[in-house]
Design a binder for this molecule. Structure first.
Ligand SMILES: [Zn+2]
Length: 384
């Protein structure tokens, strides 16, 4: 069995579990740093290990277009190409085809589109995507789907979902042939904000017996209440003995709330993307180090943080680097932010093991919200 639930919370749907992949075991709940273009922006693999990353994301659409699969296969796969020997989850490319590419034409067979880089004509289908993900050497491959925008009319969401389910059949059929070295295959629940479509999607995917299930079409610009509802409308239909992954989420309190709703896996560009405009995460909300208040502040980004940035550097120094547009500034904040997200998941896992998750959840969310100056947007993250 590739997934084992170690313990469950008695006050919520949260669980502490373990997922086995070809490149190692992942302790969940887990946060996966996003490495769209075969790099988690501005970090090296050894820095990722130091902040506690267990698994990272790669993106099929981006790598398929540049440098191209043959370049990565020539290097012996994505792990060797980028010098990362732990697990990698690959996105199917569906989300980017629908959000980034130009002149796309959707057919039953797949999607014809033009590269956003040079306009070259390309084609992705369920089979092409699964084959590409295996060629990359992915540990967890995602089914090729359409992620409808928000807002989205019922009729469009329903038709899109039907096609996505037919594509899911083809992804499952491809993965089901149990090719040597084939990655685990996850289906993606869609259906927008519509309760009946979410249920239909989840039930149909469970019938296909995927290795795990993602909840997609969240964090695409909808209000937070809709996001939580999309999870609540999908999760009850997913089997307890398979991993669940909420795609593209979220802020630290949202992660805690999603864990309480039974989600095991997360990815989000917020820690790396916000680092690049000088924003750092702390247990009491975000701080923007560009602010004049930090000009002579000799404290670390966060007191008692054990990351390499906070052990060695002050807010005053990092503010100077950001203002002077020195590349080290964004690297230092990126490392702190990734450490913050990964350490949050470590704390969640410990609280679940100790049976204290309810207290942790209440304290963390209240403490964060009390000081957070503005609620962060969770608009669609098209590209890092
Ligand atoms: Zn730190």
């Amino acid at each position: 069995m590739h997934f084992e639930v170690l313990c469950t919370d008695i006050f919520s749907r949260a669980r502490r579990a373990r997922l086995k992949t070809a490149h190692g075991v992942i302790e969940t709940p887990v946060f996966m740093p996003v490495g769209t273009q075969a790099t988690v922006k501005a970090t090296t693999p050894s820095e990722l290990l130091e902040v506690g990353a267990q698994i990272i994301l790669g993106n099929t659409y981006h790598l398929y277009l540049r440098p191209g699969l043959e370049v990565i296969q020539n290097a012996g796969g994505l792990h060797k190409f980028m010098g990362w020997d732990r697990p990698i989850l690959t996105d199917s490319g569906g989300f980017q085809v629908f959000s980034l590419s130009k002149l796309r034409r959707i057919t039953e067979e797949g999607v014809h589109f033009n590269s956003h880089i040079d306009g070259a004509p390309c084609f992705l289908s369920p089979e092409v995507s699964m084959q590409a993900q295996q060629a990359l050497g992915s540990d967890i491959a995602m089914a090729f789907d359409e992620c409808p925008p928000y807002p989205c009319e019922y009729e469009y969401a329903a038709n899109s979902l039907d096609r996505t389910l037919r594509w899911a059949h083809r992804c499952r059929a491809w993965a089901g042939k149990r090719r040597q070295g084939a990655p685990l295959a996850f289906g993606i629940v869609q259906g927008g904000i519509y309760q009946d479509l979410r249920e239909k999607s989840a039930r149909a995917l469970v019938d296909l017996d995927f290795d795990g299930y993602a909840i997609g079409g969240v964090s695409v610009g909808e209000p937070e209440a809709e996001m939580m509802r999309a999870i609540d409308n999908s999760e009850p239909f997913l089997p307890p003995h398979k991993p669940r992954y909420a795609m593209g989420l979220g802020t630290p309190p949202q992660l805690v709330e999603m864990v309480a709703r039974g989600v095991d896996m997360f990815d989000c560009v917020l820690p790396t993307r916000l680092a690049r405009n000088g924003t750092a995460f702390t247990a009491t909300g975000t701080v923007n180090l560009k602010n004049a208040t930090y000009r002579t502040d000799l404290r670390p980004i966060e007191e008692n943080c054990s990351c390499s940035t906070c052990r060695a550097f002050t807010r005053s120094y990092i503010r100077h680097l950001i203002k002077a547009e020195e590349i080290l500034g964004l690297r230092l904040i990126t490392i702190h932010n990734l450490h913050f997200y990964l350490n949050l998941m470590t704390q969640i896992r410990s609280a679940l093991e100790a049976g204290t998750f309810a207290q942790f959840r209440e304290h963390f969310v209240a403490n964060y919200a009390k000081y957070e100056p503005q609620v962060l947007g969770h608009e669609a993250e098209l590209e890092e």
